[in-house]
Design a protein around this ligand. Structure first.
Ligand code: SF4
Ligand code: ZN
Length: 525
């Protein structure tokens, strides 16, 4: 019997190990686990790595795989080659914030543009929130950009432009930086020896150590951090943490993990469990066929299963295999919301259409972003007449213009999914022609189409504009004028068509973007 198995047997005889629970850094979420006796978390040795040799083996295998397989990403390159620790810390901070809830492929472009525009923390602190929101447009979870901006201003005004240089200080000083982000920045940019537990690492560790209890519970969270801190390679903490994340993102994926390609499968309880079950099944088949079965390895299990706070409450599901872990609490369905919105236009000075935009409040969903005037429907009321009436009343508060229900046109619906809201925009248009339409409130602006494209607006607004554009195009194509024009075009010689095209490419005088954002700056900062 091998040394590690003997150790496991010895450990199994021992009673449960008591691990001091670290003090929570932030207010804990109240869960059913909060009802348990406080002060200590019971943890079985089955869910840890007991042998130092196992830990060494895991580090070596994981890092060798990472060195060969890692993706070249701009923030990784920057963290490797940037000699200035202040810039390095800032650069990793930006990447970690962008990567929260957003996929790597999407972040790459945003990150590259961001670092080109604001290469240092003081460059970012000198930007306006409007410029930051504008740069962030389309990336989602807009409060992240706002916090980065706030953090940069704090670093410059309170910390003399110097980024915090320890995990604790990062956590204490920077808004929007939690336990994971501080650990990731600390290990990658500053070489601090700390584990970092994000969603990918949770999955890898839960599978490797068969942790099947609710992975959001305090007991599991603390066990995972303890495990990550014990495993991290003190010589290459940043690479080790990135390797764990890379493994979770590319091999130990949520669905269909590629266990046969996994560099640490020999140390993975889930992998061994899948293999053992397979062998047991084939043994059963051999017995049924009267053949001699092969000797099977023992399947180690948690000595305390039944009372262990880290074990799965349900039995192992063979069909799921490694996907038995991790377990999450059932997700709440998103809140369903319907919002009336109006794309209100008028003819601007150069003859081009201008759009009315309204700024959202500085707190809450899409804080500080610009959108078409909108009104959340209180209850499910499908009457178009009532919708139009409500929109007219809403618009009238902000604009002195001849608004009538009959001039509002229903265009269609746009669905946009936020993390916790399924939003349906009920879209209307209203064109005021040459009407003056003075503004009654400070949070509305007329902007040109070019300014709208560049403005800090959400993806929902872009979808609404797209719907209106395609509806208008369709209408134009089906109009009697368009049909007559088409017939005329067919008859007209080629040279005349070219001349007409040239004439149509005129000078489109738009509102200046700079002046638009200069006016909004004072309101948002
Ligand atoms: Fe994940 Fe499979 Fe590797 Fe285990 S062997 S860590 S389940 S990919
Ligand atoms: Zn257990």
């Amino acid at each position: 019997m091998c040394a590690s198995r003997l150790t496991m047997r010895r450990v199994k005889k021992e009673t449960l190990e008591v691990v001091e629970k670290a003090k929570p850094k932030r207010k804990r979420q109240k869960t059913h686990k909060d009802d348990e006796p406080s002060g200590a978390v019971l943890r079985s040795a089955y869910h840890t790595f007991c042998e130092p040799a196992d830990v060494g083996h895991l580090r070596t295998r994981l890092l060798s795989w990472y060195d060969l397989e890692k993706r070249e990403l701009p923030w990784r390159t920057l963290a490797l080659i940037e000699p200035d620790v202040n810039i390095r810390t800032y650069a990793v901070w930006v990447s970690e914030i962008m990567l929260q809830q957003t996929q790597v492929a999407t972040v790459i472009d945003y990150y590259t543009k961001w670092m080109k525009r604001w290469p240092t923390v003081s460059d970012l602190s000198a930007a306006t929130l409007e410029e930051v929101n504008q740069m962030w447009a389309g990336l989602g979870y807009y409060s992240r950009g706002k916090r980065l901006h706030e953090g940069a201003q704090k670093v410059v005004s309170k910390l003399d432009g110097q980024m915090p240089d320890t995990v604790d200080e990062l956590l204490r000083q920077l808004p929007g930086v939690g336990r994971y982000t501080a650990a990731a920045i600390g290990s990658i940019a500053l070489g601090q020896v700390t584990g970092a537990v994000d969603g990918n690492v949770i999955r890898v560790l839960c599978r490797m150590r068969a942790i099947g209890a609710d992975c959001t519970s305090p007991a599991v969270t603390e066990a995972l951090w303890t495990l990550a801190n014990a495993l991290v390679d003190p010589k290459r903490p940043g690479d080790f943490n990135q390797a764990m994340m890379e493994l979770g993102a590319r091999v130990c994926t949520p669905k269909g993990p590629l266990c046969e390609q996994c560099p640490v499968r020999s140390q993975c309880h889930s992998y061994r469990k899948v293999q053992s079950k397979r062998e047991q099944n084939s043994k059963r088949l051999l017995v049924e066929n009267d053949m001699k079965p092969p000797a099977l390895p023992d399947i180690e299990d948690c000595s305390a299963s039944g009372t262990c706070p880290l074990c799965a409450p349900e039995p192992w599901d063979e069909e799921l295999g490694a996907q038995n872990f991790p377990r999450k609490p059932a997700k709440k369905p998103p809140r369903v919301e319907r919002t009336l919105t109006c794309v209100l236009t008028r003819r601007g000075e150069g003859g081009e259409d201008e759009f009315l935009l309204m700024q959202r409040p500085n707190k809450g969903l899409l804080a500080g972003l610009w959108e078409f005037p909108s009104l959340v429907l209180e209850k499910e009321d499908k009457s178009e007449k009532k919708h139009k009436m409500a929109l007219c009343v809403h618009l009238d508060k902000h604009l002195d213009a001849p608004l009538t229900q009959s001039s509002l046109h229903y265009v269609g619906e746009v669905v946009h999914i936020f993390s916790h809201i399924r939003q349906t925009y009920v879209v209307h248009t209203l064109h005021l022609g040459d009407a003056e339409a003075p503004l009654r409130t400070g949070n509305v602006r007329w902007v040109s189409r070019a300014a709208l494209r560049e403005a800090a607006v959400s993806t929902g607004v872009k979808k609404i504009l797209k719907l209106c554009d395609s509806a208008r195009l369709q209408k134009e194509q089906n109009s009697p004028d368009a049909k007559r024009q088409k017939d005329d075009d067919k008859k007209r010689p080629r040279s005349a068509k070219k001349a007409k095209m040239k004439a149509s490419v005129g000078s489109n005088k738009q509102l200046s973007l700079t002046s638009f954002f200069r006016t909004t700056k004072q309101e948002t900062c």
